[in-house]
Design a protein around this ligand. Sequence first.
Ligand code: CUA
Length: 159
Amino acid sequence: MEIHRYEKLWTVAALLLIVGLIATVTYGAVGPGVTMVDDSGGTVDAQSLGDTEFSDPGVTQVDNNEYEVHVVARQFLFQPGTAEPIRVPANSEVTFYITAADVVHGFELAGTNVNTMAIPGQVAEVTVRFDEPAQYGIVCHEYCGAGHHTMAGQLVVVP
Ligand code: CUA
């Protein structure tokens, strides 16, 4: 039996599409890129954050130009960030550890590539460099209840 030339071509094209699709999905799953659900910082007991490293959330200096910031997201504020801005110095490397106390929230530093979910029981870890003094808005981008649209904060990179 003879296969028509165009049929052959289309079969090859279809196979290439399938391989391409699998490659894309695989890359999305294991490759670098945006992490949607992030528990790279480990887990934590959301019911008793007071007994964890999140008992007194805030900025900690860990080296010359290195800082850690523990952030708790809860309905409907960031702690710290909402009542008072998170303050870190310019020319610093800052690692955020973010978790949620009640429901799923988002933590986006508008204008940077810091963008993660904040999930009860999980700790999202994100490291970013701040070279220049600046101000960034912190936005919750996961619907978390009636006050979701008011849930925001601020980060100030001080000179
Ligand atoms: Cu928190 Cu939306």
